[in-house]
Design a binder for this molecule. Structure first.
Ligand code: ADP
Length: 394
């Protein structure tokens, strides 16, 4: 069975084609600058790479080129080989508690929920509509970033604000990175042979969120109504006092959208360090003695530790703390600092074991009270697995 996993942005389209019989990647690639001058694509397959600048007016053009290339590069011999397409979809509001076969109703809902994800849902829809146009008879599945968090109870998902905001406008915590947290939970359950694990999943990338997971179900997560909240991130502030917004609006003569833009794009690592949003640059800045890089890193570690502590209590202890995504998988130093701060909980890091990047590995000592793992995430594979499960059970 062959499944394409799609992540469509407003001017881009990332794909991976899986052979689901053994979950190998047959091809992967990126289409960029769709609808913009200089549009191009790159496709990797069997150790080779092709790259070409080619006009793409819209996402349908990109999909047509992608499919033609899969044939002309001999990756597949006919479109009939594609059994299904899975689409990363950011917001399913509280209606979608799991991935779902895409119907006209689902398409209408993704469009309707765009007020909750004004950049992402319309972009995801462009990908869905383009495949529907080019491959009308191939089943498609929407895999929502929010779905995994729908098991969070109302005490954790409600904000302490006028209740009407929830009942009338659906203002509540939704959470994001759900596909990644689900992948982490499933991978750990499978590798450790237990489905009753208490897990704190730390997805630490340019965007970052934590999830408290019990028996495979999400109990709480650090992102909220939007991906702005929770721990500090590359350019996002994480949790801040909302009263800062009108205060800065007055000081800088900005409107609310401009200040919100500052919180989304000029805060976090970038805001504090005044240097970079990239954790590698921050680490470099620290070695060069840049004081604000030190503060940014310490603040990041502190905010992650605060959430781990909160979730440790919420879960009444934890079996596994998992690190994933760009920083979680690769930053040896950041993992070390975070786990060292958990010493009071009897959690201990094995310094030698931690000295790796991007591989599944236990990095806690044998006598640590909870285990700590690096678990490389694979959202594309999770999308393909969900898609396979749904089309098989139709
Ligand atoms: P996203 O998918 O949210 O855009 P990623 O998961 O790719 O982000 O994570 C990007 C972050 O991971 C950046 O801050 C980058 O510095 C960090 N990162 C990637 N590789 C390394 C590495 N080798 N060492 C330290 N940090 C790394």
């Amino acid at each position: 069975m062959k499944i394409i996993s799609i992540n469509a942005g407003s001017s881009s389209l990332k794909f991976q084609l899986f052979n689901m019989d053994d979950e190998t990647v047959l091809a992967s690639g990126l289409f960029e600058r769709i609808g913009i001058e200089g549009s191009c694509y790159s496709i990797k397959y069997t150790g080779k790479k092709v790259k070409e600048e080619i006009e793409m007016k819209d996402h349908s053009d990109a999909v047509k080129i992608l499919l033609d290339k899969l044939i002309s590069l001999n990756i597949i011999s006919s479109f009939d080989e594609i059994d299904a397409v899975g689409h990363r979809t950011v917001h399913g509001r509280d209606k979608y508690t799991d991935s779902v076969l895409i119907t006209d109703e689902v398409i209408e809902d993704i469009d309707k929920f765009k007020e909750f994800a004004p950049i992402h849902n319309p972009a995801n829809l462009l990908g869905i509509k383009a495949f529907k146009e080019v491959l009308p008879n191939v089943p498609m599945v929407a895999v929502f970033d929010t779905a995994f968090h729908q098991t969070i109870d109302e005490v954790n998902y409600l904000y302490p604000v006028p209740y009407k905001w929830y009942t009338d406008y659906q203002v509540r915590k939704y959470g994001f990175h759900g596909t990644s947290h689900k992948f982490i939970a499933k991978t750990l359950a499978e590798k450790l042979g237990r489905d009753d694990l208490k897990i704190i999943s730390c997805h630490l990338g340019q965007g970052a969120s934590l999830a408290a997971i019990k028996n495979g179900k999400c109990v709480d997560t650090s992102m909220g109504f939007t991906p702005l909240t929770g721990v500090i991130m590359g350019t996002r502030s994480g949790d801040v006092d909302a009263s800062i917004i009108p205060f800065v609006m007055e000081k800088e003569g900005k409107n609310v959208h401009e200040v919100l833009d500052d919180l989304n794009k000029k805060s976090g690592f970038l805001g504090i360090s005044q240097y970079s949003s990239d954790s590698r640059d921050i680490e470099q800045g620290i070695t060069e003695g840049k004081r604000n890089c030190v503060i940014a890193e310490e603040k990041f570690v502190r905010s992650v530790v605060n959430y781990i502590a909160q979730y440790y209590v919420l879960l009444e202890g934890v079996d596994v703390i998992a690190f994933t995504a760009g920083i979680g998988e690769n930053s040896i130093n950041t993992r070390l600092k975070i786990v060292e701060e958990l010493a009071c909980l009897g959690i201990k890091i094995d310094i030698d074991a931690n000295n790796v990047r991007g591989e599944f590995k236990r990095i806690s000592t044998p006598d640590s009270k909870s285990e700590v793992y690096i678990v490389p995430t694979n959202e594309e594979l999770m999308i393909a697995r969900d898609t396979k499960a749904i089309i098989e059970n139709r």
